[in-house]
Structure formats: structure tokens, C-alpha cells
Design a protein around this ligand. Structure first.
Ligand SMILES: Nc1ncnc2c1ncn2[C@@H]1O[C@H](COP(=O)(O)OP(=O)(O)OP(=O)(O)O)[C@@H](O)[C@H]1O
Ligand SMILES: [Mg+2]
Length: 264
């Protein structure tokens, strides 16, 4: 993996799927860590009041000097004041906690309520090669803010029977965002997660998803792997917790594939 030129502006990628438990947070953490280990400067942004991303990098309940994403969305303080360093070199976090639930309601009365996150993240592009936004499992105002702030969306899909169900809502929301607030919004890629190659169902779902999204689907598939599930309870990204596990290897391969695609 080669480091991006520091003078190029960082790319903002929203990891989104309104379906719960499909691997959004696991993907954000491990993809970001793999890129940071490869030499990139990466910012993780937690926009989920559950705060799983923040706990997953060992910073549960922590606040930066200016506070959390909640304060970042609602105040005019400098974006840098909401950033914490993580235990991984070059990997940084804008944390979230339960207070963020309130932002969804409080933002409604603010001017340009869909652009609050864009306002926070745009000035940070000069300092990071990549900014990953971990979205909550809904298509509410927080996810909308992420889609408006982002250059592209990475969609994790759990390899199970109903994988494609409900996706029309996300695709429809992306279309509306493109039509008004963010015309350039792209699909970074669709990622098959929790894949179990012992079942025909997993293989069938993978085929259906490729039929539907074609070349937008990453070649790298994330297997079901217990190390990926264990790592968050230790507050350590799985690619560090057990770098030899299949799950860790898959996320390192995904980082390489993503960067190679971009360079092509
Ligand atoms: N490839 C995998 N293999 C095994 N377990 C996984 C894998 N990916 C994620 N998990 C586990 O599955 C659960 C859901 O994953 P994760 O939190 O990443 O999904 P999510 O889409 O962010 O969920 P939510 O919608 O609640 O934010 C977590 O307990 C996680 O540790
Ligand atoms: Mg999550």
C-alpha cells in the first residue's frame, strides 16, 4: 500500500446501510486501521449514538477537547477540537456517545441542517487521506448528513437471504441526495460481509448481489470470523488484535483493493 500524496485532499467515505448488524462498524474500524498501518492518515467519525465505533477503538465514553460529534454538529467550534488520537499511529477518532440521539432532533431547527457534518469535515480534508463515517442503522438526519458530507458510500451487505431487501430505500435516498444536496455522491463499493462459504445460501446471495451491483461489488469478501466479533470487547481493531486471522486478512485485502481501484 502506498501513501497518498499529502497535498491531495482526503476522500470522505460514508459506511452506510440502514439495516442493523451488517458490519458497518466492523468495516469502518478495520478498513481504516489497515489503511493507517499502510501509511495513510485516517479519521474515523462515529455518527451512531450507540458509540460502537468509539468503543471498538478503545475510546468508549471519551470526549475530545471540544466534546463529541454531538457538539461538533451543533456548535461552531473548530473541527480539530473534536478529534482524539487512537492507540494506532495515524488513526484518529471523532467520538460519539448517547447524547447524539438528541442531535437528530435539535438539528431540525438549524439552518442547513443536512449540511452540519459537511461543514465539520470539509476543512479536515487537508489533514487526512481518508475520512470514514460510520452511520447508524437508519436513514434519519444523521445518515443524511453523512451522505451529504461524503464523496462516496461504502455499503456492507450481510450475506443472508434478505440482504437486498430494504436496500432500495438506501439507493432511493442516495438518488435524492444526488438530485439536490450532493450531486457527486458515488458508490465506493458494495462489500459482502459475514460470508459463510460452507452454505449454498451464502454463495447464492453473493451471486445475486453481483448481478444487481455488477462491478461495484468488491472482489474481497469478508468471511464470518469470530476474531472480528471478539476484538471490539478488547477495544482493539481486529486487524491488530489477531492480524493472522481470516477476518483481519480480509480487511487488509479490502484496503489494498480499494486503494488500487482508486489509483486505476
Ligand atoms: N465478519 C464477521 N464475522 C463475525 N462477526 C462479525 C463480522 N462482522 C461483524 N461481526 C459482529 O457482528 C455484529 C454486528 O457487526 P457491526 O457492529 O459491525 O454491524 P453494524 O452494521 O455496525 O451494526 P449497527 O447497525 O448496530 O450499527 C457485531 O457484534 C460484530 O462484532
Ligand atoms: Mg454500527
Amino acid at each position: 500500500m502506498t501513501q497518498q500524496q499529502s497535498q491531495t485532499l482526503g476522500r470522505i467515505i460514508a459506511v452506510a446501510n440502514q439495516k442493523g448488524g451488517v458490519g458497518k462498524t466492523t468495516t469502518a474500524i478495520n478498513l481504516a486501521t489497515a489503511i493507517a498501518l499502510g501509511g495513510g492518515r485516517v479519521l474515523l467519525v462515529d455518527t451512531d449514538p450507540q458509540g460502537n465505533l468509539s468503543s471498538g477503538v478503545g475510546l468508549k465514553g471519551q470526549r475530545a477537547e471540544g466534546g463529541t460529534v454531538y457538539e461538533a454538529l451543533l456548535s461552531d467550534a473548530a473541527p480539530e477540537s473534536f478529534i482524539l488520537a487512537t492507540q494506532v499511529d495515524r488513526l484518529f477518532l471523532m467520538p460519539a456517545d448517547r447524547n447524539l440521539t438528541g442531535a437528530e432532533i435539535e438539528m431540525v431547527s438549524l439552518p442547513e441542517r443536512e449540511r452540519r457534518l459537511q461543514r465539520v469535515l470539509d476543512p479536515l480534508r487537508e489533514q487526512f487521506d481518508h475520512i470514514f463515517i460510520d452511520c447508524p442503522p437508519s436513514l434519519g438526519l444523521l445518515t443524511l448528513n453523512a451522505l451529504v458530507a461524503a464523496d462516496a458510500v461504502l455499503i456492507p451487505l450481510h450475506c443472508e437471504y434478505f440482504a437486498l431487501e430494504g436496500l432500495a430505500d438506501l439507493v432511493g435516498t442516495m438518488r435524492r441526495v444526488r438530485g439536490s444536496l450532493n450531486p457527486g455522491l458515488d458508490i465506493e463499493g458494495v462489500l459482502l460481509t459475514m460470508y459463510d462459504d460452507r452454505t449454498n445460501l451464502g454463495q447464492q446471495v453473493a451471486r445475486d448481489v453481483r448481478d444487481f451491483f455488477k462491478e461495484k461489488v468488491f472482489n474481497t469478501i469478508i468471511p464470518r470470523n469470530v476474531r472480528l466479533a471478539e476484538a471490539p470487547s478488547h477495544g482493539i481493531p481486529a486487524v491488530l488484535y489477531d492480524e493472522r486471522s481470516r477476518g483481519a486478512a480480509a480487511y487488509v485485502a479490502l484496503a489494498k483493493e480499494m486503494l488500487a481501484r482508486r489509483a486505476a
